[in-house]
Structure formats: structure tokens, C-alpha cells
Design a protein around this ligand. Structure first.
Ligand code: SER
Length: 352
């Protein structure tokens, strides 16, 4: 990397990793891991960051990924070596405002890809672009089809039912285009300005944060509710099955894929799998851990249909082969060793 890239003001720009959606669930875990690795982080979020996230960052911008002026400021100020583009509007929220979801999820991604390409042109090195995609990128046409295909590979069922899923598919394809074909016909073209890497994450369960606006939220919501002694109404049927993983596993996957030698990567988009519990499995372990927990199943037909269009399990053999992906936990050990100790400690006061 050319550490001497001048800024428009004639000063050197600082070499940083840019994290969008830094205040979200994944941002919390990722930023502490990047800071522990000694990286200089520039964070962006639409809201002010929590103090414990902010303290790990060199700078934090409150702003919109759709704002081209903000991109220009970042471009002028920093030498961006790597981008973790986490900002997105999730699948449930997106169905209430699909055009807004498209604007943020696709328009924002396009702005960041463009920033990455301009950065590469200015400092002469490829910019690594990490893009969390989702199981929402799949679209199983019916519950029967879902049951007939219990394990789904990356190239199957590419027609998502939600705007969020459509947007994630678009992001995957835009990333591939910027990496391999951007400005194909331009005379002054810089070939391969970015190194694009994406993971289709399953539902993610964190002991630290509760998700909002997603459709896999029933798993983590149930655990956090019962740990606080609150009754929980689960919005999907007990037999609903999709893949999940813990937040530390998701962060580990992102960092492992980011660190993999490019020549080992046979694809731009990878599945990763850990465990695939039913909603009833969540209830069973939640009740075992918190006897007397109140969980009722009150399916919401719309949200149920979304989850029914997502696979029961994903084939992650390419991730295992290419960059050594292995999950840390089974569903049971995720509860025993990660979730329960941490949520118990977190809500100790609430249960007293
Ligand atoms: N957790 C996401 C959602 O529910 C799926 O990637 O929208």
C-alpha cells in the first residue's frame, strides 16, 4: 500500500479500515475484534455510537451511506484499505418500506463500492470489500420445496421473496461486477479495483444485543426475554427451522474470510453453517435454562412465510475447503458455553 497517497489538502491520508453500520449488532463484535488486532477504524452509522464502540474507533461519523458528500469527505481524508459494509435495513422492516430498503441497501452499497474503486485508483492498491449477505438471498418457493431440499447450496433457489433478500443478491452481484468488470470499456480503466468477499449469514444470536427489524429475530428475542423473566410470544410455528450461529462465530467467519489468500477463493459468495434448530428447540433449551419461562407460539402469517422461504440448512463445504471455516458450537454448546453464562450475568438484576 502506498502510504504516501496525498490528500487534496496536500497531507498524507491515514490508512484505515472503514466499518459502516458500526452501531448495529455485528458492528459491536467486529469493531472490538478489529481494534484488538490493532487496526485504525473509521466507523459510520446513522446514529451516534455507544461509548464502548466509539472508544475503539479512530473516528466515527454519524451519517447516511446514501450521502455522496459523506463519501467524498471520507475519500479526501483517509486511505481506505478495507471496508466492512454492515449497514442494511433488514427483512421485516424492509417489507414495510421496500423502496426505502432498496435505496439504503442497494444505493448505499453502490456508493461504497464506488468509494472503494476511487480509493483503489488514488492509492493504487485493491480495496478489500467485505459484504455480509444473508440466507434471505434464497427463495424457496414453498414449504414443501423447502422440506424437499433440506440442504441448499449457494447456486440454488436464487429468487428471494423479500426486498432485503433481493437487495442482498444485488449487492453480491454488484460486488462481483466491481471486482471483475468495472468500467470495462473505459480507456483509463483500472482492472480489479476491489477484492470483493461475501458471506451469506444465517440468523445470528448474540448475548450482548437484541436484533431489530429482522425475521430471524424470534430466536434471540426468545432467549433475551426469558432471561429477563418476560413472557415471549414467538411469531413463527414451533416446527420452523432455519440456520443460526452465534455472533462470535459470525465475526470469526468474517475475519477468516478477510484473511484468506485470494488465490484460495473459488467464489465471491460463501455459505457458512453452524446449527439449524427449530423454534421449538429454542423453546426447549430456554425452558430448561429458565424453568417457568413463558413462551407461546403465535405465528404471524406474513413473517412465517418469509422464514418458510429460507433454507433449513446451507451447504458450507466451499467455505470449509477454501478458507477453513469451521463452526465453534453446536446448538447445545452455544447455549451452555456462550449464551447462558453471558445472558445470565447480563440480566442478573432483572431476575432478582
Ligand atoms: N437476520 C436477517 C433478517 O432476519 C437475515 O439475514 O432479516
Amino acid at each position: 500500500m502506498n502510504a504516501n497517497a496525498p490528500s487534496p489538502s496536500g497531507q498524507r491520508r491515514e490508512k484505515v479500515v472503514l466499518v459502516t453500520g458500526a452501531g448495529g449488532e455485528m458492528g459491536h463484535g467486529l469493531i472490538s475484534a478489529l481494534a484488538a488486532a490493532g487496526r485504525a477504524i473509521v466507523a459510520m452509522d446513522i446514529r451516534e455510537l455507544d461509548a464502548e464502540v466509539r472508544e475503539h474507533c479512530r473516528s466515527a461519523y454519524v451519517g447516511d451511506i446514501c450521502d455522496p458528500g459523506l463519501m467524498e469527505r471520507l475519500h479526501a481524508q483517509y486511505e481506505v484499505a478495507e471496508i466492512f459494509h454492515l449497514a442494511a435495513l433488514l427483512s421485516t422492516r424492509g417489507e414495510f418500506a421496500p423502496e426505502t430498503a432498496h435505496h439504503v441497501n442497494v444505493g448505499g452499497t453502490l456508493n461504497l463500492l464506488r468509494l472503494a474503486a476511487e480509493q483503489a485508483r488514488s492509492h493504487g492498491q485493491r480495496v478489500k470489500f467485505m459484504f455480509p449477505s444473508s440466507i434471505a438471498a434464497y427463495g424457496l418457493p414453498s414449504l414443501d420445496e423447502k422440506r424437499r431440499h433440506p440442504v441448499v447450496g449457494e447456486d440454488q433457489f436464487p429468487h428471494p421473496h423479500t426486498m432485503y433478500g433481493v437487495n442482498k443478491r444485488a449487492g453480491e452481484e454488484l460486488g462481483r461486477y466491481y471486482q471483475d468488470h468495472y468500467r470495462k470499456l473505459a480507456k483509463d480503466r483500472l482492472a480489479h479495483p476491489i477484492d470483493f468477499r461475501s458471506i451469506r449469514f444465517p440468523g445470528i444470536v448474540s448475548s450482548e444485543t437484541v436484533p431489530s427489524g429482522g425475521t430471524s429475530d424470534y430466536g434471540p428475542e426468545m432467549i433475551h426475554a426469558v432471561a429477563q423473566g418476560k413472557a415471549y410470544e414467538c411469531f413463527v410455528r414451533p416446527d420452523t427451522r432455519i440456520p443460526f450461529m452465534t455472533m462470535p462465530e459470525a465475526i470469526d467467519a468474517l475475519l477468516r474470510l478477510a484473511a484468506a489468500p485470494k488465490e484460495r477463493l473459488s467464489r465471491t459468495v460463501y455459505n457458512v453453517s453452524a446449527f439449524s434448530p427449530t423454534a421449538a428447540d429454542f423453546e426447549r433449551l430456554a425452558r430448561a435454562a429458565f424453568p417457568g419461562a413463558s413462551v407461546r407460539f403465535v405465528p404471524d402469517l406474513g413473517r412465517q412465510a418469509i422464514v418458510d422461504s429460507w433454507p433449513e440448512e446451507c451447504d458450507d463445504s466451499a467455505a470449509r475447503r477454501d478458507w477453513g471455516w469451521t463452526p465453534t458450537y453446536t446448538f447445545e454448546t452455544a447455549f451452555e458455553r456462550y449464551l447462558l453464562p453471558k445472558v445470565r450475568a447480563r440480566y442478573a438484576g432483572a431476575m432478582a
